[in-house]
Structures are given as structure tokens and as C-alpha cells.
Design a protein around this ligand. Structure first.
Ligand SMILES: *Cc1c(COP(=O)(O)O)cnc(C)c1O
Length: 460
């Protein structure tokens, strides 16, 4: 045992950057793609929308980023100052997991759970609050599932002295009471969704007074409220181009960290709900791949209960359930799809980011779907070797990394695997408790439910 421990401690387990090495620009992948993604369409006219159409919802600073064709965008100093509360985030070499798997693979995780809210979400909530505040916005509304995004936005609004009102999917509101407390600590107001505060919520409650809610419904409620007041805007935690742009600081840091250990990933896997932590980690590596400098395999990992890339269709669909958002071309399960209540609340979204969908269509990334029991088993193995309890969402990425590490062992190859550990699971312990008690199962194949929900997708 003594000798083994000496071997384990022979090299670094964390690859760190100094604060002075933190990247000062976000990376926009769109100009580097062989063709640009299809534009969003107006829900009424079906014509491409312009920046002005989005102005009731978002500040112009963010809209210009949404449509930007610049490759790099400077991160404002005010945002960098707040990023420094937790960034640069560590790149972890999972040596104890490698040893438990007896694999020649090198497993690296970019750990975003070190942020105040415990996930990668503050990388975008902070700039979103900033650009709203400089344009005089006083209040932001939003939706949240498991509560990661709601808490990240509550934290950011507290930094900029703004109000924050959150609609949390009812099922999660009941399951995870401490997320609500966390949002309230940072000064936000939280409602379960569907609520009787909005037309969209009342319509759902009239059909089903016990509706468990969905992200699509909660988005409808938050959008409806934002449209009613002049100094209120809406903020979205994933899916949109500007959100993925802000998250690229993850991949830019990881590139610098890999340079320090003189390695490069052969395989990059990431969990995808709306695609933001995956895009944030992978786009800087995809830039290097498109430039011919490296050639990693890049793969999205989604839950089997909500398989938008592997089983959805690439169509124009609404981002919300009530059909109030612009139509976006994306892999969708149908905007009326309500996924089974898996514990990875952040992955229960009917669509996929238009940018990730487009890149998938171009054949630049792959996708696979994994059921939640394999994910929890992998999460537990990770916690028992590496110590960190992962959120249910990144257990999908860890399960995929473990599959890759086992494949490397079979092939006898020293492959380098990278993924994002995009959040810790300290407020998801109820899910682990259920798994340990043997109460968590996989859901049946959702094909029939998908077919029914696809009927809701508009035919253009
Ligand atoms: C929100 C969230 C996700 C899903 O969103 P993406 O945009 O796909 O990253 C995944 N993991 C965690 C920890 C989250 O908070």
C-alpha cells in the first residue's frame, strides 16, 4: 500500500492556472464553421428575426453577441473581477479512478463545481447580469429546473444589485428545497412552476392542477413576466449562442492547462442538456481540430429519458411549451415533450442548442444516450475514488468517460480522456440516497412519447 501511494502522489492531481493566466476573451466558433447555423424565425411570420425582435427580452449587448461574427469577444473587466472569485477552475487528473478501473487511459476533468453556485452556470449568469445592468435593467426573470441556473442568476444579480425572480419546475421545487433557500440567500424570489401568476401557468394548471411542470412551461412563465415591465428582462441559462460563448472560458483554460502537462485529449465527452457546458468545454478544442492542430473525438452525452440528439428530429421548434419564443432550428423531441422525472433536472429539456445541433449535423461531433442507473453507478464510483460527489448531470459525462477508459484498457492504449465535471451534487443527495437504497430505475424507452410530442412541432 505504501508503495502504491508513493506512485499515486508522484505527479500532480490538479493542474492549476494563476489568476493572471485567466483568458480575457470568449471564443465564438461560428466564423470558423464551414457554414453558419440557420437563423431563428419569428413565431408569427416565420421570417428570420433581427436584433430588434429580441429587444423586449434581452439587452442589446447580449443580442449583439448572439448574432456576432467576431471570433473573439473581450470579457469586461467587471466580469473578470467576479470570475476571479473562483476562476481559473482546476483541471483534475483522476488518478484514483484510473487505478480503480485499472486502465492505461489518462482521465481529466475540468471542475466547475468550485463556483459559488456549484456549477458552470455563473460563467454566463455574471456577464448576463452585467450587460443588463449597464443598460438600466432593474430585474431579471428566469426559469430553473434542478435550481442550478436559478441560483447562479440569483448570485449574479446580487453582485450587480438587481432583482431576480425565478420560476422553478414544480417537481424540483419539491425535491430540492435547499436550492430555493440558496436563491433566497442571494435575494431572489422563487415560485413553483406552473404558477397562477401567469397566463401560461394558469392554462397548464386548468388542465392538470398537479402538473409536475417542465423547463418549457417555466420558460413560458418567465418570458411572459419579462414582457410586462419596461425595466425587466429575461435570462436564459443555456441553449442560446451568447450563453455558449460565455462558457468557452472553460475550454480556453483547459487548453492552457493541457499545455502545462504536455498532453492533449484523444476523446472529449460532455453531458448535454441545452449544450452550454459541452459547448463551453469543446468549442476551443474544436477550433484547434478544424485548424488541423489536433484530432480528438468529441461526443455529447445525453440522458436516455430525454434523447434530443440521438432520437429527436432536426426541425424548427419553439424553445418553450406555450410557443412564445422564436422558432429555432434544433434537435427537438417536440416542445410539448415532458421527460420522465430523472434526477438530472438540468438535462430534462426537449431541445438542444441550435449551435450544438448544427455542429452535430455537420458531423463534427458525435452523440450517445445513457440511462440514469449506469450514471449513478459511475457517480458513486467517482465519489468513492476521487472524493467529489458529482451532480446527477455530469454523472452522464463520467459514465461516458468510464466507458472510454474501459475501451482504452481493452485496446491496451494510453488514451487521454477529457470531460467537464460541471457541478457538484451537494444539494442532490436525495438522489444518491435513492440510488443507494435501490429505488432508482431507468425509464422505458420514450419513443411513443416522442412521437406524440413531435405532433406539436409546427410544419413550416
Ligand atoms: C444546467 C446544468 C446542466 C445542463 O445544461 P447545459 O447547458 O447542457 O450545460 C448540466 N450540468 C449542470 C451541473 C447544470 O447545472
Amino acid at each position: 500500500m505504501g508503495d502504491e501511494m508513493a506512485n499515486l502522489s508522484g505527479d500532480n492531481s490538479k493542474i492549476l492556472l494563476d489568476e493572471s493566466e485567466m483568458p480575457t476573451q470568449w471564443y465564438n466558433i461560428i466564423p470558423d464553421l464551414p457554414e453558419p447555423p440557420p437563423p431563428p424565425l419569428h413565431p408569427g411570420t416565420h421570417e428570420p428575426i433581427g436584433p430588434d425582435d429580441l429587444a423586449p427580452l434581452f439587452p442589446m449587448g447580449l443580442i449583439m453577441q448572439e448574432v456576432s461574427t467576431d471570433s473573439y469577444i473581450d470579457i469586461p473587466g467587471e466580469v473578470l473581477d467576479i470570475y476571479r472569485l473562483w476562476r481559473p477552475s482546476p483541471l483534475i487528473r483522476a488518478r484514483r479512478l484510473e487505478k480503480a478501473l485499472d486502465t492505461p487511459a489518462h482521465i481529466y476533468l475540468k471542475y466547475e463545481g468550485v463556483s459559488p453556485a456549484g456549477s458552470h452556470k455563473p460563467n454566463t449568469s455574471v456577464p448576463q447580469a452585467y450587460y443588463n445592468q449597464v443598460e438600466g435593467v432593474k430585474k431579471l426573470t428566469t426559469e430553473t429546473g434542478a435550481g442550478q441556473w436559478g441560483s447562479a442568476l440569483a448570485f449574479a444579480c446580487a453582485q450587480f444589485d438587481m432583482e431576480c425572480e425565478v420560476w422553478q419546475v414544480a417537481a424540483s421545487f419539491e425535491q430540492k428545497p435547499y436550492r430555493k433557500a440558496m436563491m433566497e440567500v442571494w435575494g431572489a424570489t422563487v415560485h413553483p412552476s406552473p404558477s397562477d401568476l401567469t397566463e401560461a401557468g394558469r392554462a397548464i394548471l386548468a388542465q392538470d392542477p398537479n402538473s409536475p411542470g417542465s423547463l418549457g412551461i417555466a420558460i413560458s412563465e418567465a418570458v411572459e413576466m419579462a414582457l410586462q415591465a419596461d425595466t425587466t428582462r429575461y435570462a436564459l441559462g443555456s441553449v442560446l449562442n451568447h450563453v455558449l460563448l460565455h462558457q468557452t472560458i472553460i475550454g480556453e483554460e483547459a487548453l492552457l492547462q493541457f499545455a502545462k502537462v504536455d498532453e492533449m485529449p484523444d476523446v472529449l465527452v460532455g453531458c448535454t442538456g441545452g449544450g452550454s457546458n459541452f459547448g463551453g468545454l469543446s468549442f476551443p478544442f474544436l477550433r484547434e481540430k478544424l485548424a488541423g492542430n489536433i484530432d480528438p473525438t468529441i461526443r455529447c452525452v445525453e440522458p436516455a429519458a430525454c434523447p434530443s440528439l440521438t432520437q429527436g428530429e432536426y426541425r424548427y421548434d419553439f424553445g418553450d411549451t406555450a410557443g412564445m419564443t422564436p422558432l429555432m432550428k434544433m434537435h427537438t423531441l417536440g416542445h410539448s415533450f415532458i421527460p420522465d422525472p430523472i434526477h438530472a433536472g438540468g438535462l430534462r429539456y426537449h431541445g438542444m442548442s441550435p449551435l450544438v445541433s448544427h455542429i452535430y449535423e455537420l458531423g463534427l461531433v458525435e452523440a450517445e444516450a445513457i440511462g440514469q442507473t449506469e450514471c449513478f453507478a459511475s457517480g458513486l464510483q467517482f465519489a468513492r475514488t476521487e472524493g467529489i460527489v458529482p451532480a446527477p448531470e455530469p454523472t452522464h459525462a463520467i459514465a461516458a468517460a468510464i466507458r472510454e477508459a474501459n475501451a482504452a484498457k481493452e485496446a491496451g492504449e494510453e488514451r487521454v480522456i477529457l470531460t467537464a465535471l460541471c457541478g457538484h451534487g451537494h444539494l442532490d443527495l436525495k438522489a444518491y440516497e435513492g440510488y443507494i437504497a435501490g429505488q432508482i430505475s431507468d425509464y422505458d424507452h420514450p419513443a411513443d412519447k416522442i412521437a406524440a410530442a413531435m405532433e406539436s412541432v409546427p410544419v413550416l
